[in-house]
Design a protein around this ligand. Structure first.
Ligand SMILES: [Zn+2]
Length: 260
């Protein structure tokens, strides 16, 4: 299947290809991930997602189109009717902050929103690279702030890259670009915070770590592919909104065994 900007997010493309976001969906809850692929459950489009899209569109030079496609970002009544809502108006301050930094803007040079495809463990994968430069791969992240957050998985406070598993994205994108261009390029995150006073960072990844993660991805992708094709029943995490929505009680649980 040929994947283009028009069909990148289509149900057909999501059925045929795995992606970083699909992989992380499966990691969090297989049942929910499968329901999303099958169109039985829709992920909520949050303000945070739209804000990330806004900044990505600015970097890609497609902000006008993005604004047209998302009228919900504009106030629909009152004195501010037709103006961007405050959550999005603030993003112009965010954009001005990173655009004023010489290193940050250097990392935004290159082709934008480049679609890459390939295979990991024989499973078709797709990705869309925010900025593909001859010498590097760059992904833009627009985050709430840079404070560390508690991670049950790691048993300690971790930074946003670890918390959101972005190193897995780095490993997948580096591999897809390698299969597309023949070059193993370094992966960077260019990050900006949405705080009143935005902060900025450009972050790099170690090749050895990405090698290890790619092995891990290969292993799990095979399992997730079996779930996708219906060979294996999806496991339910029991905690996410999808699991709550579809929970069917069978019998009482002795309260001390109840984990919630
Ligand atoms: Zn779940």
């Amino acid at each position: 299947m040929l994947v283009t900007h028009e069909n990148y997010r289509s149900p057909e493309a999501n059925q045929f290809y795995m992606s970083y976001s699909q992989y992380t969906d499966f990691q969090r809850c297989e049942a929910r991930a499968l329901a999303i692929i099958r169109g039985e459950y829709e992920e909520e489009v949050t303000t945070a997602l739209l804000q990330g899209g806004y900044v990505d569109a600015y970097v890609a030079g497609t902000l006008d189109q993005f604004k047209e496609e998302h009228p919900e970002m504009f106030s629909s009544r009152g004195a501010t009717k037709g103006e961007l809502k405050a959550d999005f108006r603030h993003l112009d301050t965010v954009i001005a902050r990173f655009m004023s930094d010489a290193v940050f803007t250097e990392y935004l040079k290159g082709d934008k929103q480049v679609i890459v495809t390939g295979e990991i463990s024989g499973i078709p994968f797709k990705g869309m690279v925010d900025v593909l430069h001859r010498d590097r791969i760059v992904d833009m992240k627009c985050v709430k702030d840079f404070s560390r957050v508690w991670s049950d998985k790691h048993g300690q406070y971790v930074n946003f890259v670890t918390a959101w598993g972005y190193a897995y994205q780095a490993a997948i994108y580096r591999e897809l670009v390698r299969q597309t261009t023949g070059d193993t390029l370094p992966f960077y995150i260019a990050a900006v915070t949405k705080e009143k006073t935005p902060d900025i960072a450009v972050l790099s990844f170690q090749d050895q770590e990405l090698d290890v993660l790619l092995e891990e991805i290969s292993y799990w992708a095979e399992k997730y592919q079996q779930v996708k094709t219906g060979e294996v029943e999806p496991e339910r995490c029991g905690q996410c909104d999808y699991c709550k929505l579809t929970r069917v009680l069978t019998e009482p649980v002795e309260y001390r065994e109840f984990l919630g």
